[in-house]
Design a protein around this ligand. Structure first.
Ligand SMILES: [Zn+2]
Length: 472
């Protein structure tokens, strides 16, 4: 009996009901039909997404030649599968095979260029025709849930793909240009941040100073440098080192670049009106021991950050300044009282990134003082040569492993300003950054240039790299 009842309730109505449909029922059915179609479209898109993920998961390594073959096939056939395969191939090729940090799809007048950024340098890789370009962009939009019918406004989104080595998070943005929409995809792989301070390139005294600083109970540790100098990576390495169950670490970032287990990470959200200042204020209510603020770039954030450090928190952040001493002045310029800076700062780490020589193919060469003088500032020549007339330095070779560039990975060049009582006194006196820098050097600070020269002398990087980042 119960079974019959259920069947009736489920709508297996007697047939005469169909003959007596009301107008409103017709409307209802029409709506259902539209919804079904939309649902079908969504489902198809989801299938495409799944397909992309499945394909990406199979790729471990993809060669340049394979991508060119896929581009050739895409030229000949308009089957969607080929574009999906090409898109996947590009993801694996860039993020895995080439360890690129970004992939750019750049429209030109008649065709488009696909470029990748490896170790900070952008390389042209594949030319595609406009049809393939448009189909890649629309696939990217579907995948990141951007509006496919919007071509005039900037949009952003994200997606993830799986590889044998784990998931890769991709943050994509599309901006309109005169030749069409340009897409930039940034790969945020959860793996690459797991480097210790030593692996990042902190040596000797700098390593000791930073290790000591991060174990202090409260105060500020700041990493500074221009965009792309690796300061966030340094902060992440510090967080990894102090991340223990018994402490509460909370972050506000823009964006969250890597996820760290056990750390409460939140992200700036302009639409929800959550910037660094409001985010920081609300996370202070969460009883954190250690706070990480992605960047201090305005007065309000500076004020809250310094107050947080003052009230017993350990605060980590980054700033845009050229050297360690300027950091102090920058905070004062942003309206922080000098006595607060003097009492809360533990240390300021200034840094740059150089490309690291590939260990498999680097070559030793003799360099004479005369030749060095032509490319290096005199103070650097003195640092590198001492009294010698010639020295051995390493130069880039080229092998399969480094994609014939001679470089693999990057290395930090640092200077660490320790806020000793002598430095505190100078901060209170509000001396200028040149004086502060000089005093720090007298007190034993190794400058970024000295650290960089050490890394040239040890054969970890080249003179060209040093010149590129230090003399620009
Ligand atoms: Zn090599």
């Amino acid at each position: 009996m119960a079974i019959f009842k259920k069947k009736n309730l489920n709508g297996k109505k007697p047939s005469h009901h169909f003959r007596l449909v009301k107008k409103s029922d017709l409307e209802k059915r029409k709506n259902e039909k539209i919804t079904k179609k939309v649902d079908k479209d969504v489902e198809n898109n989801e299938k495409k997404e799944k397909e992309i993920r499945r394909l990406a998961a199979t790729g471990k390594d993809i060669s340049n030649k394979k991508i060119n073959d896929l581009i050739d096939s895409a030229k000949q056939s308009h089957v969607q599968d080929i574009i999906v395969e090409l898109f996947n191939g590009l993801m694996v090729y860039a993020a895995i095979s080439e360890s690129a940090s970004d992939l750019h799809i750049e429209p030109w007048e008649e065709e488009a260029m696909i470029r990748i950024r490896v170790d900070g340098i952008l390389y042209d890789r594949f030319r595609v025709n406009k049809t393939i370009y448009l189909r890649l962009i629309s696939l990217l939009k579907i995948l990141t849930k951007m509006r496919t019918d919007e071509h005039r406004a900037p949009q952003d989104g994200r997606f993830e793909f799986q590889t044998e080595g784990g998931g890769v998070d991709v943050r994509a943005s599309v901006i309109p240009t005169s030749n069409g929409e340009k897409a930039v995809l940034r790969f945020l792989s959860g793996k690459s941040h797991k480097l210790t301070l030593k692996q990042l390139g902190f040596l000797g005294d700098d390593l000791r100073k930073v290790s000591k600083a991060i174990h202090k109970n409260w105060g500020m540790i700041l990493a500074t440098g221009p965009t792309g100098s690796g300061k966030t990576t340094t902060i992440y390495a510090i967080l990894e080192e102090i991340n223990k169950r018994e402490v509460n670490i909370t972050t506000i970032e823009d964006p969250v670049e890597f996820e760290i287990e056990g750390v409460n990470q939140s992200q700036v959200d302009r639409k929800a009106k959550m910037d660094f200042a409001t985010g920081l204020r609300s996370l202070l209510r969460q009883d954190p021991d250690i706070i990480m603020v992605g960047e201090i770039r305005d007065e309000e954030t500076a004020k809250i950050a310094v107050n947080a450090a003052m009230t017993g928190h350990k605060l980590l952040s980054t700033l845009h300044t050229n050297n360690a001493a300027t950091t102090v002045l920058r905070l004062i310029d942003m309206g922080t009282e000098s006595y607060l800076v003097a009492s809360t700062l533990i240390c300021a780490i200034a840094q740059r990134l150089v490309r690291k020589l590939c260990p498999d193919c680097k070559v030793k060469r003799t360099l004479t003082r005369t030749k060095a003088k032509r490319i290096l500032k005199l103070e650097y020549v003195k640092l590198l040569f001492g009294n010698k007339e010639k020295i051995k330095v390493a130069v880039a070779g080229g092998c399969f492993d480094c994609g014939n560039t001679g470089y693999k990975g990057r290395l930090g060049v640092y200077e660490v300003l320790d806020n000793t009582p002598e430095i505190q006194e100078l901060i209170l006196k509000r001396v200028n950054s040149t004086k502060l820098q000089e005093a720090a050097i007298k007190l034993g600070m190794t400058t970024m240039a000295e650290d960089g020269i050490k890394k040239v002398a040890s054969g970890d990087t080249t003179l060209e790299e040093f010149v590129r980042v230090m003399q620009e």
